[in-house]
Design a binder for this molecule. Structure first.
Ligand code: MG
Length: 250
């Protein structure tokens, strides 16, 4: 009986899929949290063309798919195939709402760089407007690891620092699964992220503790199955181009 129980446990362990990581490795914003190793990502390539089933959110020409938080037209600068944060004009969000997605975003930090730590090339990609993949100039710029580029802000540092130099185009390829709630609003499964930064795996099926926040790690609150994706105005002229996604719930 005991032997059988042990074998069952082992069988379960060997056959269960890898559980998503769900406990942040350090206290929030802990400067003593080990810095992810710095690696040299591949050189900048041409923009990755959207596949045929993609929803194109920014093609380099127009902000038609974007709004301000209040629904009025987005006011970021568009030129030369990119859009640029207009500091003080506020974050922007997609006109449409999305749940589970594969999202491709390219971005570039201001060059020459200005400021240090969090005050250098800061922006962010917020899935469902509340789960942030941090955008930061993390090339030779130290900060708390859960706030550097490709961190799930305030929770999970990236596995490695694959940052390119300021001014060079970088990419995020994000697989996002929204949290699931039961009809009473109780959490069934957390939001999960898999993220590639410049083609390098930096978040591996990580389960968030709740919304990403500057202060604390608040618990989940039930929300709709589809919500806009937003980009942050953190007062820095960060650039974005070639943004597209594939919906994973159809
Ligand atoms: Mg940010």
């Amino acid at each position: 009986m005991i032997l059988h129980f042990r074998i069952s446990l082992i069988t379960l362990f060997l056959t269960a899929p890898l559980a998503a990581q769900s406990a942040p490795p350090c206290a929030q914003h802990d400067m003593k949290c080990p810095a992810p190793p710095v690696i040299d990502a591949s050189p900048v390539g041409a923009p990755v063309p959207p596949p045929s089933d993609a929803v194109v959110l920014f093609d380099g020409k127009s902000l038609a798919e974007w709004r301000k938080g209040d629904g009025s037209p987005a006011q970021w600068l568009v030129k030369n195939g990119y859009m640029e944060v207009a500091p003080g004009k506020g974050g922007i969000q997609t006109a449409k709402s999305f749940g589970d997605v594969q999202l491709h975003v390219e971005w570039a930090s201001p060059n020459p760089p200005k400021g240090t730590g969090q005050d250098r090339g800061n922006s962010g990609v917020f899935l469902m407007g509340r789960y942030e993949v941090q955008v930061l100039d993390s090339y030779g710029n130290s900060t708390y690891p859960d706030g550097q580029a490709a961190a799930l802000y305030g929770q999970f540092p990236p596995l490695v620092n694959a940052s390119r130099k300021p001014g060079e185009w970088q990419s995020y390829d994000i697989v996002f699964r929204r949290p699931r709630f039961d009809p009473s609003g109780a959490l069934l499964s957390p939001a999960t992220f898999t993220v590639f930064h410049n083609g390098v795996l930096v978040q591996d099926a990580v389960g968030l503790t709740g919304v990403t926040a500057h202060t604390g790690r608040p618990p989940y609150e039930a929300h709709p199955d589809r919500l806009p994706i937003s980009l942050q105005d953190h007062q820095h002229p960060v650039r974005f181009r070639n943004i597209w996604l594939r919906e994973l719930e159809r």
